[in-house]
Design a protein around this ligand. Structure first.
Ligand SMILES: [Zn+2]
Length: 493
């Protein structure tokens, strides 16, 4: 048996000014990609395990995944997709297994994944193709029409990336052996669920995802509800569903319609309600002191989540924390490679005054984020490498680039040189910061932080700052998304 396995992952925030060249993907090829992903809790890890169990010959032309940012540069998209298509063109494959995101927008295309699948189908009309997607996928017909089986994550934070790909791969294996004939039904609903309301610990996505899981006991091979990624001004942004059955199109359509109907009924629960920043930080300040063993109070700077395309260099929430005088705070993180170098030049123990953040313009949103002047002691200097302990992306090496911790006396500010979302405890522990010993932890994240710190957080305070993942839809100029769409246009009928 011969299998083609590849990864191409990017969640594109079309409002983000962060560029997306090929280098951001850190592409790996062949054996280097296999070494990096074998044994990890990732989609690629699952495909590799399956291939090994089947005793298959593995062709892995490219594994390319970039942290979310603006539209993918055409040269990067061309390189990644050409590499996959050239491998497919050499032929002789029994199956193709792809670990994709589903919300990739390029400088030219709204649907990066659909275009790749279309090209693969044109090269090889027969070989079955399995695709695993992120829950934030914005689905297009080309993705479904040109794949054999599509599955999506059921958890947010995404701790089931491995299981999602394993499910797609298992269905593909059965298809290759002639034991199943998958048919898929998909459709979208005119709604843009808010990312802050999409967590699968929370109503209504919790119940919706449970329903997806239960459908496999009712004849579905796989059922996926995609909450979608709203920070993309493209035709098909928003919620959708795909149901795969073994040859039963009618059942697939019925189950799909049931999922979409349930989501639509709950549309109001997917709307996020804002609290002004001054009030939320003030509320955090008046919370009773921690007792030993209490976890930290998490201050969520959710407008500037780099894992949704944020620049990670806005300082408005941090400035308010300093202004209101909160004490015993760790802040992760401000992206500022220049400030990091200044701190490194000063050296451990040096007292420095730095202008941090506020260096990337955000023309797509109205708000300003000025740099922040801070004075503190350089406490830690690190190469910024750590390995995820899980449960999210367990075993994967992370790279924050050159990293320092600047201690102002009240706030330990982490300054990083590469965008990394704080979804794993080791991002802090690797820098000598134990979040359990802190009264407050400020995180630039929306939902994924829960994978690492969710269980230990004593309380969570959402802080509305500034950033291209703004939780205020009113700040985003939607021009291409299909209209009408809830909650932008439709009354809550
Ligand atoms: Zn996602």
């Amino acid at each position: 048996m011969r299998l083609l396995i590849a990864m191409m992952k990017h969640e594109t925030n079309t409002f983000s000014p962060v560029p997306t060249p090929l280098a951001r993907f850190g592409p790996l090829h062949g054996d280097a990609a296999i070494r990096a992903y074998r044994g990890t809790g990732t989609g690629l890890g699952a495909y590799l395990d399956l291939a090994e169990q089947e005793g298959a010959e593995i062709i892995l032309p490219i594994a390319a995944g970039a942290s979310p940012s603006g539209p993918v540069e055409e040269a990067a998209y061309k390189h990644i997709t050409d590499t996959i298509c050239e491998a497919a063109a050499r032929g002789g494959f029994d199956g193709i297994m792809l670990d994709l995101h589903g919300a990739m927008v390029t400088e030219r295309l709204e649907d990066g994944e659909g275009e790749l699948l279309k090209r693969l189908r044109a090269i090889d009309p027969e070989t079955p193709i399995a695709v695993s997607l992120d829950m934030h996928a914005n689905l297009y017909d080309a993705m479904i029409a040109n794949a054999t089986v599509v599955t999506g994550y059921r958890t947010y934070p995404h701790i089931d990336t491995y299981d999602t790909a394993k499910l797609a791969g298992d269905i593909l294996s059965r298809t290759m052996r002639g034991e199943a004939k998958p048919v898929m039904a998909w459709r979208n609903e005119p709604m843009l669920p808010h990312v802050m309301r999409q967590g699968t610990d929370d109503h209504p996505n919790k119940e919706l995802q449970h329903r997806c899981a239960a459908m496999t006991a009712e004849g579905a091979l796989a059922a996926s509800l995609f909450t979608g990624f709203p920070h993309a001004d493209i035709t098909n942004a928003g919620l959708s569903a795909v149901v795969v059955t073994d040859g039963d199109r009618k059942l697939a359509e019925e189950l799909r319609d049931e999922l979409l109907g349930r989501a639509w009924v709950e549309r109001e629960a997917f709307v996020y309600k804002l609290e002004p920043l001054q009030r939320s930080v003030g509320r955090a300040k008046t919370m009773p002191p921690s007792q030993p063993g209490d976890g930290p109070i998490v201050l969520l700077d959710h407008y500037d989540n780099c894992a949704s395309g944020g620049t990670m260099d806005t300082t408005v929430v941090l400035a308010e924390i300093l202004r209101q005088g909160l004490e015993d705070v760790a802040a992760f993180a401000i992206y500022d490679p220049a400030a990091v170098q200044q701190a490194i030049a000063a050296g451990i123990g040096a007292r420095v005054t730095l202008s941090i953040g506020g260096k990337m313009a955000m023309p797509a949103i109205p708000a300003e984020s000025p740099p922040l002047m801070v004075t503190g002691t350089v406490k830690t200097i690190s190469n910024g490498h750590y390995r995820n302990r899980g449960p999210m992306a367990r075993g994967v090496m992370m790279d924050m680039g050159a990293t320092v911790v600047l201690d102002t006396g009240t706030v330990e500010i982490v300054l990083i040189s590469r965008h990394v979302e704080p979804s794993d405890l080791n991002c802090l522990l690797s820098l000598g910061i134990d979040p359990m010993q802190k009264r407050y932890v400020m995180l630039k994240s929306r939902i994924h932080w829960r994978a690492g710190l969710g269980k230990v957080a004593r309380a969570v305070v959402d802080c509305a700052g500034v950033g291209v993942c703004t939780s205020d839809y009113g700040q985003l100029k939607f021009e291409k998304v299909r209209r009408p769409i809830y909650p932008l246009d439709l009354p809550n009928r």
